[in-house]
Every structure is written in C-alpha cells, then in structure tokens.
Ligand binder design. Structure first.
Ligand code: ADP
Length: 216
C-alpha cells in the first residue's frame, strides 16, 4: 500500500501524472479539483457558490474541501491513494495529518512537480478534460491530443475547457499557489517525505522519474 501526494503549481501536470500513477500502481486517484467540479455540475446551491470562487481562481474554504475529501477517503477501500490538489495550504496539511491519523494511514511520498510559470501557463491554455471520466488532454502537446476532436479517447464522451483555464484566472491561481501552497514544500521536506521531479519535460519522461521514486 502506498499513499502519495502530488504538489505543484496549477496546470503543472498533477492530474495527468495522477492518472498514470493510478493506472500503473492501482492506487485510487483523489483530486479535490475534480470533487469540487463534480459538486458544481450537480447544480446544487453549494455548487453554484463554488463555481463563482473557482472561476476567479481563488481557494475554496478549507472546511468545504475537507468535508468532500473525508467522504472520498472514507469510501475508498483501496491499495492506497494518489492525492492531488490537497493540501493547498499549511492548515490543510495539518488537517490531513489528523484525517490520516484517524484512519491509521500515513503518507509515503510527497512528490513536488516543478515547472516554470511560462510552461504551466501554456499547458493551462491548451488543457481539455473529459466531463465523464476526468481524463486530461492537451492541445499544445502532440502526445496528449485527443484522437478525435472534442471526444474522449477512453469513454467517447465530450471533452471541454475548464472555465478557470484562461490567462486572467491562471495568473491569480499561480499567485495563490506561490503564497499558500509553496510553503508546503518546506513542511514536507522537514518531515523527510519530499521528492522533487522536473515536470517541464514531456509527460512520459516525468512519469518515468516518478516510477524511479515509487519503484518500477
Ligand atoms: P489545477 O490543477 O489547475 O491547480 P485543480 O483542479 O487542482 O486545478 O483546482 C481547481 C480549483 O479548485 C482551484 O483553483 C480552487 O479554486 C479549487 N480547489 C481545488 N482544491 C482545493 C483545495 N484543496 N482547497 C481550496 N480550493 C481548492
């Protein structure tokens, strides 16, 4: 059993790598971004509020995200998980320690995917995602383009551009990341859990560096 956390700037490749890790190692993929987007698509009162915050590139309130995360972690009786999008600030990191302690789980690796701002911005502008299975595509990367325009290779459903993947929102998200999330690197370094990967390479090269950390 392995429990892995991915930390990175927005559009640095967390979701893409998490799916590759899920497929190879049979871990459950938990993305707080996906959990929140699924609440938004349910059109609930909460979903409508969340949509406004996410569109602006701001962070959702810690308690709301924790509640969604707890439901997902508790319902997943698996080999382990690959968690991305959480924690996103120091408070969430200490809450995660509490949550995992309650269920007798621990983190094995925290993998930091390092990319410069310009690379992440370009990935954000070309990113598309399947509404149904969450698979991520990228029109700016020939290895990540869908086989048929607008259609998911996996499930044949529609793929779409997220409404926060525009330059204005991306810049806010990137600054939010620098201010709130980047301090987690030192937090996990001091716990001896942090591993760093250069995520500016193509996605299979990045995945190979991750395999070297987790084990082939
Ligand atoms: P990206 O991979 O581009 O960072 P995500 O799918 O992880 O995008 O997150 C999209 C948005 O969802 C964030 O900008 C934020 O508004 C919200 N969000 C996701 N995870 C969290 C979290 N742990 N705490 C607060 N807000 C979150």
């Amino acid at each position: 059993m392995k429990n892995i956390i991915l930390i990175a700037a927005p559009a640095a490749g967390k979701g893409t790598q998490a799916k590759l890790i899920e497929e190879k190692y049979g871990l459950i993929h938990i993305s707080t971004g996906d959990l929140l987007r699924s609440e938004v698509s349910s059109n609930s009162e909460l979903g409508i509020e969340l949509d406004k915050i996410m569109k602006k590139g701001q962070l959702v309130n810690d308690e709301i995200v924790e509640d969604l995360l707890r439901k997902k972690i508790n319902s997943s009786n698996s080999n382990g998980f690959v968690l991305e999008g959480y924690p996103r600030n120091l408070n969430q990191a200490s809450r995660l320690d509490v949550i995992l302690n309650e269920i007798n789980k621990k983190i094995d690796y925290v993998i930091y995917l390092d990319v410069p701002f310009e690379v992440a911005l370009k990935r954000s502008s070309g990113r598309l995602q399947c509404k149904y299975c969450g698979k991520i595509y990228n029109l700016n990367d020939e290895k990540l383009r869908p086989l048929k325009n607008g259609i998911c290779n996996n499930c044949g459903k529609e793929i779409y551009q997220r409404n926060d993947d525009n330059e204005e929102s991306f810049k806010i998200r990137f600054n939010t990341y620098l201010e709130n999330t980047k301090p987690l690197i030192d937090y996990y370094k001091s716990k001896g859990l942090l591993k760093e990967v250069d995520s500016s390479k193509d996605c299979y090269t990045v995945f190979s560096s991750i395999e070297n950390i987790i084990g082939k």
